[in-house]
Design a protein around this ligand. Structure first.
Ligand code: MRU
Length: 375
């Protein structure tokens, strides 16, 4: 996507051909800064500190992290160490393990002397595949937005023909290599001339909505409004939301979805108000080994200081952090929650739209049928 007229992905090979560059997402929205990653340690730090974040981008960064590790050694031990270091960075997004398994399996099959070049090649392929997958999700999701537009004639409602879409966290191009998952259909709808408006949940405590989603929608000219996380239910009760669309960090074989904390509450409100609740996901976000998301998906717990402190820019341009709780107040910082499949209207994937169920997923990914039958 474009930033001030220049096309960017969120991660790319640096000019030296032996390191990668990223957009440092911890600096947005106040500063657009890029950062060079030149080692395994720097790649792991970028994921852990959320300089890069979003399930698909975490996977792509991990793949490049393995390639960076190969600069210092290509033995089985070096490969194993890179795998373990990167896997330990964040627990919930399954794309991380997917990318690491893919890299390890391919590289282990090669003699050490060929591993480095193969690692860079495969990491670039994973990044390119992510872009293609998200473009396809966008095309498939666009049909759902067109359907919503068709259900809403120009004369109806307060907003006329405007389609109001609510999203949570950031599942835009910043969360992927390009396009985004949940936001890809939104960009395509906007580019196709559909009159859309996006309600952006601020997404406490890291504010991915307020700081990232609003920023990227604004760069692309998509009309949007930031709301506090608790406003969605009220807007739905008043007919101000035509559909919700969010991303997911891990989707079970039965269609439960795990996404940024607060997603579940939006799905409950959507169900109570008859608002369609869609979840956009790339194939690598599917964890076919898990059935019950509430029971089995590990939920990241982050530093409570992310809750008790807030960071922002002052009128004179300084970035400041301030305490928002009394000294000694305890906080607990769960990063994700699970929305059961029964609350999801449909899953939007690169292969099409399907009900959130084992049958729906197997219809899109029939190659998994044999594995499912053998379980
Ligand atoms: O903690 P984050 O910012 O990595 O969480 C990101 C999300 O929850 C996204 O919605 C999810 O990764 C889907 S991104 C296409």
């Amino acid at each position: 996507m474009k930033v001030d007229g220049t096309s960017y992905r969120t991660i790319w090979l640096a000019k030296d051909g032996r390191s990668v560059e990223i957009i440092d997402q911890t600096r947005l929205p106040h500063e657009f800064a890029t950062l060079r990653l030149a080692s395994l340690g720097e790649a792991a730090h970028a994921i852990k500190s959320m300089q890069v974040r979003g399930a698909p981008l975490i996977g792509a960064t991990a793949a490049y992290g393995v390639a960076l590790a190969m600069r210092d050694g290509t033995s089985d031990a070096a490969l194993g160490q890179a795998y373990d270091t990167l896997l330990a960075t964040r627990p919930t997004a399954i794309n991380l393990r997917w990318a690491l398994d893919d890299m390890r399996q391919r590289l282990k099959a090669l003699p050490p002397g060929e591993r480095s070049a193969a690692a860079w090649r495969r990491a670039a392929e994973i990044a390119d595949e992510d872009v293609a997958i998200n473009r396809a999700i966008g095309e498939n999701g666009l049909g759902l937005i067109r359907d919503a537009a068709a259900r809403k004639p120009p004369s109806s409602g307060k907003g006329g023909a405007t389609i109001n879409i609510l999203t949570h966290c950031n599942a835009g191009w910043l969360a992927t290599v390009d396009w985004g998952t949940a936001l890809a259909p939104i960009y395509m709808a906007h580019d196709a001339g559909l009159p859309i408006h996006v309600w952006v949940d601020e997404t406490r405590p890291r504010n991915q909505g307020a700081s990232l989603t609003a920023w990227e929608l604004g760069r692309h000219g998509v009309p949007h409004t930031v709301i506090v996380d608790n406003a969605g239910g009220h807007l739905m009760q008043h007919g101000q939301v035509d559909l919700c669309i969010v991303g997911t960090d891990r989707t079970t074989a039965t269609g439960d979805v795990c996404n940024k904390i607060g997603t579940y509450l939006k799905a409950l409100a959507a169900r109570d108000n008859g608002v369609p609740f869609y979840v956009a996901l790339p194939g690598p976000t599917l964890d076919w080994t898990i059935e019950d998301g509430v029971r089995d998906i590990p939920i990241e717990e982050r530093d409570p200081a992310e809750i008790t402190r807030m960071t922002g820019r002052t009128a004179d341009g300084k970035i400041l952090s301030v305490d928002i709780t009394a000294p000694g107040s305890k906080a607990v910082n769960y990063g994700f929650d699970v929305t059961p499949a029964r609350l999801v209207t449909a899953l939007v994937t690169e292969r099409g739209v399907a009900p959130a169920s084992r049958e729906g997923l197997l219809r899109l990914y029939p190659e998994r049928k044999a594995a499912a039958a053998g379980e």
